[in-house]
Design a binder for this molecule. Structure first.
Ligand SMILES: [Zn+2]
Length: 445
């Protein structure tokens, strides 16, 4: 069966893909991070029923009954698993509903878009992955190796009930030659070239909590005290002026240098500025992956409006590159937040998977054939983190790869904001890509 045929088959199933994504959006799986929350079992059960109806082996399991994860599998002849498609059903809170032009859980489909919380992050992709499995089954594509489907709860709040639990309780569900997840597949343009970014690693995230101590006094005689806010203010000024060390060791800088000329820590900012005029998305990405970021995000202090505050708490969000370890983060935090007591918590470990040329070549081939244009797949790390870290910790390979259509305007995704939406043609492309990758990795002959 030719690739264009798979693309056409995915196109013929656009309504079914869209309806599944819409049905998932209509199930409110808001994850606040505080139990009880999520209620993912309702979405997991819907997926299980759809898969079972196709004769696909599927089950729902979880650390607690109301936060189910779905596991499904198309068996192959070898007993080996070639591909696991990984996704999550939980969503972040919708926030102020009056800021939405369609109600966040109505799942409205209009003019080729599905609107609602989770449409882009990532119930649309859940539907594309499930449909890829369903179509492989319906088309009776012969499989030498198994294809797995793992759709988890709790991605948006740390994964303790989702991928983190799966990695501990049933790690084999996540082990495959290749696991494909969110966190990659976006398109950037560079001098007429079209690149599709493959997520091969993720920055670490730390929370640095600084406590500045002062001495209380009556605000009528403030000189008798020591205002903790002024100490925090000095640290804030240092943070605002902070110029992180530039770093061009990431995997994207090799391919980039072949187009722009070699990119080094000394010239990366100039390259980013130049690209900002023609390739703003690429410039943004390069800025993320060329430095550690330290951003003050929470501040609290004071006890009374007429008292000199004796304490000020300042929290910083830190995003470190994969090779910038805890010691690097701590050294910089101590200097920037001098005078404070620090507590540093790593909330997500940096992680990477190797990006072998044959895999990158295969994905490039898949993209070119599905989209019929000269796209290059280029490995890079991402600035945020996903459940891929749990897979990589098991020693298995995971990649962020959920490409839509290159002509779609990704700004409509608005993941985590109001008016989130996804283009239905993006879901069609995703379905075709997953079908094609499955056939490459798991297909027999
Ligand atoms: Zn997500």
């Amino acid at each position: 069966m030719a690739t264009l045929e798979l693309r056409r088959i995915a196109e013929q199933h656009e309504d079914e893909i869209a309806a599944l994504a819409r049905d998932l959006v209509r199930i409110d799986t808001t994850n606040t991070g505080r139990m009880p929350t999520g209620n993912e079992t309702e979405a997991a059960t819907l997926l299980r029923q759809r898969l079972l109806a196709e004769g696909i082996d599927a089950e729902v399991r979880g650390r607690v009954p109301e936060r189910g994860n779905v596991f499904a599998r198309l068996p192959g002849r070898s007993g080996k698993t070639a591909l696991v498609l990984l996704s999550h059903t939980d969503v972040v809170p919708a926030g102020d509903a009056s800021q939405w032009s369609h109600p966040p859980f109505a799942g409205v489909i209009e003019d080729g878009y599905l609107h609602g919380r989770g449409a882009a992050d990532m119930k649309g992709t859940v539907a594309a992955q499930a449909m890829a499995l369903i179509l492989l089954r319906r088309l009776r594509v012969p499989l030498a190796h198994a294809v797995g489907f793992v759709c988890v709860a709790d991605e948006e709040a740390g994964g303790a009930y989702g991928a983190g639990w799966v990695a501990r309780d049933q790690p084999d569900r996540l082990r495959a030659e290749v696991c494909l997840n969110e966190g990659g597949g976006s398109f950037v343009h560079l001098d007429g070239r079209e690149w599709c970014l493959l997520g091969v690693g993720e920055k670490a995230r730390y929370e640095v909590r600084a406590t500045f101590h002062g001495r209380g006094a009556h605000a009528a005689r403030p000189w008798q005290g020591e205002n903790a806010f002024y100490k925090a203010a000095a640290a804030l000024a240092r943070l605002q002026a902070y110029e992180p060390e530039r770093d061009t060791r990431g995997p994207i800088f090799g391919p980039l240098g072949r187009v722009t000329g070699p990119v080094t820590p000394a010239n990366v900012d100039a390259v980013i500025e130049r690209l900002g005029r023609t390739s703003p998305r690429l410039a943004d990405h390069l800025r993320q992956v060329s430095r550690m970021l330290v951003t003050p995000t929470l501040i609290a202090g004071g006890v009374k409006s007429n008292s000199v505050p004796d304490v000020c708490h300042l929290t910083c969000d830190v995003r470190a590159l994969p090779h910038q370890g805890p010691a690097y983060v701590e050294a910089h935090a101590r200097r920037l937040l001098e005078g404070a007591d620090l507590s540093i918590e790593q909330t997500a470990v940096a992680n990477t998977s190797a990006a072998p040329d044959d895999l990158v070549g295969m994905l490039t081939d898949v993209m070119r054939r599905v989209l019929d244009r000269p796209i290059d797949v280029v490995p890079s790390i991402s600035g945020g983190f996903t459940d891929s870290r749990f897979v990589r910790e098991l020693g298995a390979r995971a990649y962020g790869f959920a490409p839509g259509h290159p002509d779609s305007d990704a700004s409509h995704h608005r993941a985590h904001g109001p008016n989130e939406s996804v283009a239905l043609r993006d879901l069609v492309v995703q379905t075709a890509v997953y079908l094609e990758v499955a056939r490459h990795l798991a297909g027999a002959g």
